[in-house]
Design a protein around this ligand. Structure first.
Ligand code: NDP
Length: 248
């Protein structure tokens, strides 16, 4: 899976799955674009990635998403792979609480709208390179794995799954592949950032294999789907959930 001289944008590369993916792509020779908001954590990832570019950006702000693409093309001249990994559940509201609809806008913006926006900005560049896109969804896009407060997140990830299929159909004639990975629980900063009252240890009990994934396991799949080894794979939603879905 050589990515020598491939230019790979990874959103949410300051932490967790995205940081692991950045390091693994870099090890395989890619020039990675490390995107996120936390400068210290972005720099920590970049320290493991020679020939990388850090773009500090909030991808939910349209002008900042545009800057991610502009700075990448200015520095490296092309885009081969877009990994739409940034996401999360920073605002929890259940359907009986005030503020649900404001939370909806914010969660949809982070987990779905920003992906649609970055896809359309990157698409002309990916058409030129016959590149591909890997989106990071969740088991939450298929079953509601959490209690009240996470409905917005589940709906956003379900939308992301369907967006992937639509984008795969639309971009196939240009030679651009688009795929999704749906992880179950993965030990990252996700739950800390979500401030959601569920512990990883308890989530392991909810899986057939009684385990929580490491971010490297998901990163490994990202590299596979982004590589030429997956040349015939487009529009799929690949689960890596320790059997979470099938335990339901
Ligand atoms: P982390 O919280 O460790 O990482 C989330 C990343 O998203 C961070 O790098 C964060 O960077 C970035 N991010 C968040 N908001 C923004 C924003 N507005 N603009 C730019 N970057 C942003 O969690 P994970 O690594 O686990 O999450 C990665 C993906 O995996 C997400 O899409 C998540 O929904 C999905 N997922 C995670 C699961 C899990 O159990 N961990 C399970 C299923 C799916 P910064 O703070 O620097 O902006």
């Amino acid at each position: 899976m050589s990515f020598t001289d491939k230019v790979v944008i990874i959103t949410g590369a300051s932490s967790g799955i995205g940081a692991s993916a950045a390091k693994m792509f870099s090890k395989e020779g890619a020039r990675v674009v490390i995107v996120g908001r936390n400068q210290e954590m972005l720099s920590a990832t970049a320290a493991h990635c020679p020939s990388s570019l850090v773009v500090r950006a909030d991808i939910t702000v349209d002008s900042e998403a545009q800057r991610v693409i502009d700075e990448t093309v200015k520095k490296f001249g092309k885009i081969d792979v877009l990994v739409n990994n940034a996401g999360g559940l920073p605002v929890c509201r259940d359907l009986t609480q005030d503020g649900l609809i404001q939370a909806f806008d914010s969660i949809m913006n982070l987990n779905l709208r920003s992906v649609v926006h970055l896809t359309t900005l990157a698409a002309p560049h990916l058409v030129k390179t016959k590149g591909n896109i890997v989106n990071i969804s969740s088991v939450a896009g298929v079953v509601p794995p959490f209690g009240p407060g996470a409905t917005n997140y589940c709906v956003a990830k379900a939308g992301l799954n369907h967006f992937t299929v639509c984008a795969a159909v639309e971009l196939a004639s240009h030679g651009v592949r688009v795929n999704t990975i749906s992880p179950g629980p993965v030990s990252t900063n996700f739950q800390k950032n979500a401030n959601y009252p569920t512990e990883y240890e308890k989530m392991a009990e909810g899986t057939l294999l009684k385990r929580v994934s490491k971010p490297e396991e998901i990163a490994d799949l990202i590299l596979y789907l982004a590589s030429d080894r997956a040349i015939g794979v487009t529009g799929v939603n690949w689960f890596s959930d320790n059997g979470f879905i099938n335990k339901r």
